[in-house]
Design a protein around this ligand. Structure first.
Ligand code: G16
Length: 541
């Protein structure tokens, strides 16, 4: 085996976004693109000699090839060991768990999450640190700096490593351990949840449908929901990971998981429905005839987590991303625990979880998780729901109704305007930011604006400050709009408009109706139609 040093030069645009570096697959497959970024990771973290890493991905197109390149580059730079998921597969939460449980120095996850996969779609590379979580901003800044300074990368000339079977092997001097991607994760779930109670619930005829969306959660959901818990065969659908996710977006929301939503709203609905995304960290939850917004899911899980063994001691605190609805805030208040508001991006929860300040975290973008790993975790959320329902005894609808009666209801929706020309989206945001100080006291959509600012986050653990994290508009009575540009898209700019209205009395309104004044206000305040020329959002969730 020969160690090669390949001359290269910086490639523009290798700045990690909200969650790693995401680009079109053919960009990643271009000359030196993946190699430059991987070498920049090694350089950005101060070298990898003698270190141990975890490696796996969501099985999308190029996952297998990229894994082989990364193994050869890790061996060439002196890594001691890489623990790889069989077939180069690992869900994001399972990778996070492996990094933690094996005491690894970090890990690389190959995924563009909920973005579609295939030769013409998206690919991504994400670096996680030793705590199992996404690299924080200071680390991604070092990696980006290294992409701008790179002159060469090191790679071993070698045959592919056989990743099709679990077991130990070597590449040059580096050890490779190929592991069953599901086993360790399943053991962790068994520690956190009362599998006996869930099994009994399912044995009583409680029916469920889990849509793995042709993505990585399929094998996990089959093993846990069907094999271990006894859900009827066929309860997990689209369970075989495919490189292009069957041609769909593996994004568990009412748009991309419409067949599941239709089923849950129809006469044949099972008791419980759920879906997960490309890399298994997102979740969507539904009951018969009811869709649970991710923000509500976080609030309900926080209020009832103590019903599951892993959380029976109560929660130390909760955290939500800024655009996530404030439903969980009232639960935290009632429980007498702190509630943290962080910028969008799971990486911002890491310090709070590590410091023991928060136990549960969640985001409007279909993410919920806890301190069991340092990523959001789709199947974990499903199991916590099932454990709660098994103990609580009622349906999803009953649980939501009881929750809203106690805490009031936060009607919530997100409007996405996708693939906008970047200058157009940035121009709109700049105009909006310039007007912020004039807005309080004025009216929009018939609502009185109470506050208007741009969110900045001061991390209470390490004191770091993150500015420019989205524009917040607050209305009298508790309504809210947040405007921000996505950090995960790969084409142009995506404008996200987050809409929220609180109602303590009317708990059964159509969300679109409850939110109508806030939606009108969003356009009046930001001039969305004027700037974008669009009459409405591309995706409403
Ligand atoms: C990632 C991040 C999340 C974030 C989401 C959307 O999720 O981990 O924290 O909420 O992107 O981010 P944005 O609004 O910037 O597009 P995932 O599931 O894509 O890894």
């Amino acid at each position: 085996m020969t160690m090669l040093t390949i001359q290269t030069q910086p490639i523009e645009g290798q700045k990690p976004g909200t969650s790693g570096l995401r680009k079109k697959t053919n960009v990643f497959m271009g000359p030196h693109y993946l190699e430059n970024f991987v070498q920049a990771i090694w350089d950005g973290i101060g070298g990898i000699a003698g270190k141990t890493f975890v490696l796996g991905g969501d099985g999308r197109y190029f996952n297998d090839r990229a894994a082989q390149v990364i193994l050869r580059m890790a061996a060439a730079s002196g890594a001691a060991k890489v623990i790889v998921g069989q077939g180069a597969l690992l869900s994001t939460p399972a990778a996070s768990h492996l990094i933690r449980s094996r005491g690894a120095d970090g890990g690389i996850i190959l995924s563009a999450s909920h973005n579609p996969g295939g030769p013409d779609e998206d690919f991504g590379v994400k670096y996680n640190t030793a705590n199992g979580g996404p690299a924080p901003e200071d680390v991604t800044a070092q990696i980006f700096k290294a992409t701008e300074a790179i002159k060469s990368y090191r790679i071993l000339e070698a045959q592919d490593v056989d990743l099709s079977r679990a077991g130990a092997t070597k590449l040059g001097e580096m050890q490779i351990e190929v592991v069953d991607p599901v086993a360790d994760y399943q053991a962790l779930m068994q520690q956190l949840f009362d599998f006996g109670a869930i099994r009994a619930l399912l044995a009583r005829g409680f029916s469920l449908r889990f849509d793995a969306m042709h993505a990585v959660t399929g094998p996990y959901a089959k093993a846990i929901l069907e094999d271990a818990l006894g859900a009827a065969r066929g309860s997990v659908i689209n369970a075989v990971p495919s490189p292009d996710f069957g041609g769909f977006h593996p994004d568990p929301n009412p748009v991309w998981a419409k067949p599941l939503v239709d089923l849950m709203m129809g006469p044949e609905a099972p008791d419980f429905g759920a879906a997960s995304d490309g890399d298994g960290d997102r979740n969507m939850v539904l009951g018969r005839g009811i869709y649970v917004t991710p923000s509500d899911s976080l609030a309900v899980l926080a209020a009832n987590a103590h019903l599951a063994p892993g959380y029976s001691g109560g929660l130390k605190g909760v955290a939500r991303s800024m655009p996530t609805s404030k439903a969980v805030d009232r639960v935290a208040e009632a429980l007498g625990i702190p509630c943290y508001e962080t910028p969008t991006g799971w990486k911002f929860f890491g310090n709070l979880l590590d410091a023991g300040r928060a136990t549960l975290c969640g985001e409007e973008s279909a993410g919920t998780g806890s301190d069991h790993v340092r990523e959001k975790d789709g199947l974990w959320a499903v199991l916590l729901w099932l454990n709660i329902l098994a103990v609580w005894g009622g349906s999803v609808r009953d649980l939501m109704q009881a929750h809203w009666q106690q805490y009031g209801r936060n009607y919530y929706s997100r409007h996405d305007y996708e693939a906008l020309p970047a200058e157009q989206a940035e121009g709109m945001m700049a105009e909006l930011k310039a007007r912020l100080s004039d807005l309080p006291g004025t009216q929009a959509g018939g609502l009185v604006i109470e506050s208007a600012d741009e969110f900045a986050y001061d991390d209470p653990v390490d004191g770091s400050r993150s500015e420019g994290q989205g524009v917040r508009i607050g209305f009298e009575g508790g309504g809210r709009i947040v405007f921000r540009l996505s950090g995960t898209g790969t084409v142009g700019a995506t404008l996200r408009v987050y809409l929220e209205q609180v109602d303590a009395k009317n708990l059964d309104l159509d969300p679109a109706q409850a939110l109508a004044p806030v939606i009108r206000a969003a356009d009046e305040i930001a001039g969305i139609a004027r700037h974008t020329g669009r009459s409405g959002p591309d995706v409403t969730t």
